[in-house]
Design a protein around this ligand. Structure first.
Ligand SMILES: [Zn+2]
Ligand SMILES: [Zn+2]
Length: 275
């Protein structure tokens, strides 16, 4: 099986399992139409895949192959056991994705694009795929750059991509985990309840729980919040500037980063918002 087949199989498997669990054990009541949101988020995903394919192919894995051939990257200089290099690459890339997430919240220019992800009025498995194509291209370049710097084995880069994709679907899904399981998982990993707090309209909560895979970065760097001010099912999801389903139509989402008539939504990035 080639890289793309493996990636697509993992994606589809996780997507369908989460969709089923969302029906069986929903966590949060819906405010927007689910079929409508699924259509929008999947249309954005289609566009993202197209954009990435056209521009780079599998950039991170390609960069890892390139780095290996040329002997580039720190790991190609050090003589560490392969299993340790593999783990180190996964943990390092996860930390760098955490840092990227903090930066796109803090810098108003980047927030213009990231707000598309946060504007979803409900969270479900498809929200994990809802990123503006420009943000997707930017983070592909960022990851490829990191891979060239680090020089992990192509298998490690591929594993990281697959894990990141699968975890993004899991952490955005609208599922209720038993509290003891959620608490136990949260010591090391991001859970749906933990990430839902990040999607709250409350600034203090948006500026917390930035992790994608491991929860340790939020815990170590002081951005971890265990509970939102409201109980989980009552958390208001989204951003305060786009409250109506009509505000977040497919077309509005695509043009959202470039509009000037709603600059309030951009200049008031969550970090500078009061609260
Ligand atoms: Zn965010
Ligand atoms: Zn999110």
């Amino acid at each position: 099986m080639d890289v793309n087949t493996i990636r697509f199989s993992v994606f589809l498997g996780v997507f369908l399992i989460m969709l089923l669990l969302e029906r069986l054990v929903p966590r949060h009541p819906l405010v927007d139409s689910k079929p409508r949101r699924l259509a929008i988020n999947l249309a954005i995903t289609g566009l993202d895949i197209l954009a990435v394919r056209l521009a780079f192919g599998a950039a991170a894995v390609g960069a890892a192959q390139f780095a290996q051939e040329k002997g580039w990257g720190l790991l190609n200089y050090w003589d560490l056991p392969a299993w340790f290099e593999f783990l180190l690459a996964l943990v390092f890339l996860d930390l760098m994705i955490y840092i990227q997430h903090v930066v796109v919240h803090m810098v108003p220019f980047f927030w213009r694009f990231h707000v598309v992800h946060h504007s979803d009025l409900d969270l479900d498995v498809s929200s994990g795929l809802r990123f503006h194509p420009v943000e997707i291209l930017g983070s592909m370049l960022y990851k490829a750059g990191l891979v060239l710097l680090l020089g992990p084995a192509p298998l490690a880069a591929m594993t990281f991509e697959a894990v990141l994709n699968g975890m993004s679907q899991f952490t955005h899904s609208n599922i209720r985990l038993p509290a003891p399981l959620d608490n136990a998982l949260r010591w090391a990993f991001v859970t749906p309840d933990m990430h839902r707090i990040h999607h709250s309209v409350e600034a203090r909560e948006t500026n917390s729980n930035f992790g994608f895979n491991l929860s340790i970065w939020d815990r170590l760097l002081g951005t971890y919040i265990h509970d939102a001010a409201k109980p989980q099912p009552e958390i208001v999801i989204g951003v305060e500037f786009f409250r109506k389903p009509g505000d977040v139509s497919f077309l509005n989402l695509m043009t959202m980063p470039f509009r000037d008539n709603i600059t309030q939504a951009y200049t008031n990035s969550p970090r500078s918002r009061r609260g």
